[in-house]
Design a protein around this ligand. Structure first.
Ligand code: DC
Length: 223
């Protein structure tokens, strides 16, 4: 039985999470937030105050990761049964996630765990290497991006809205550093798949991006 897969890759802050969750809900498909794997590993490492240069310890923790996503109004992420949603979105988590994501063995350990999310009736997978490495045969691939300035502005508003006081310059610098690390790493770098549809959301509303992504689904599945 063919299980359709829609991949949405792109840099941090391009809106992949929001768009992917809504699209998965509209299609009634499963959802994989692959960044949560790297982020939950980061949380486990930060909790243990682990040495980030100790690859064998990092690998051991990565092997034990079991994630589950509950997509209601908000996304709930459970790591080995425990709700870790609140810790997932912090800048510290994102930065450590980006560092450990550059370790090839870590990516290898997390690969099958991500592939296992492909279940009927379909899957929307969001990340950096969904269309290139994890699901190269996906039916529909999207590369969603926005300018670094626009992504920093969105992140800034999001954090200020949560009452977290941050500087826009620091956010911009961190976004640029993370882009550089994610694009520059040797294993599974952030790159647009050859057969992906390119969407620049800098001047688009969330609704417009969702409409564009959904418009790709029926035509591609009929092919
Ligand atoms: O999408 P995100 O911001 O939650 O991802 C956090 C980090 O995890 C990101 O900087 C790079 C890494 N990541 C990755 O390497 N591959 C993925 N498929 C998803 C995320």
């Amino acid at each position: 039985m063919h299980i359709p897969v829609l991949t949405i890759d792109g840099p941090s802050g391009a809106g992949k999470g929001t768009i992917s969750r809504i699209v998965a809900k509209k299609l009634d498909w499963n959802y994989l937030d692959s960044g949560s794997f790297y982020r939950s590993l980061a949380i486990a490492l930060l909790q243990r105050n682990a040495d980030l240069s100790n690859e064998s310890e990092i690998l051991q923790i990565a092997q034990a990761i079991e994630l589950a996503f509950e997509c209601n109004d908000e996304l709930i992420v459970k790591l080995n049964g425990k709700d870790i949603t609140a810790q997932l979105g912090t800048e510290a988590t994102g930065n450590v996630a980006s560092i450990v994501a550059a370790i090839p063995e870590v990516r290898q350990v997390l690969l099958q765990k991500q592939k296992d999310f492909k279940k009927p009736p379909g899957l929307v997978a969001d990340g950096r290497d969904m269309g290139t490495i994890v699901f190269p045969d996906a039916d529909i691939k999207v590369f969603l991006t926005a300018s670094a300035a626009e992504r920093a502005e969105r992140r800034y508003k999001q954090l200020m809205g949560k009452g977290i006081d941050v500087s826009i310059r620091r956010i911009t610098r961190e976004i640029e550093e993370r882009d550089c690390r994610d694009k520059g790493r040797k294993t599974a770098p952030l790159v647009q798949a050859e057969d992906a549809f390119y969407i620049d959301s800098s001047a688009m509303t969330i609704e417009a991006v969702i409409d564009q992504v959904l418009s790709l689904v029926p035509q591609r599945l009929a092919m």
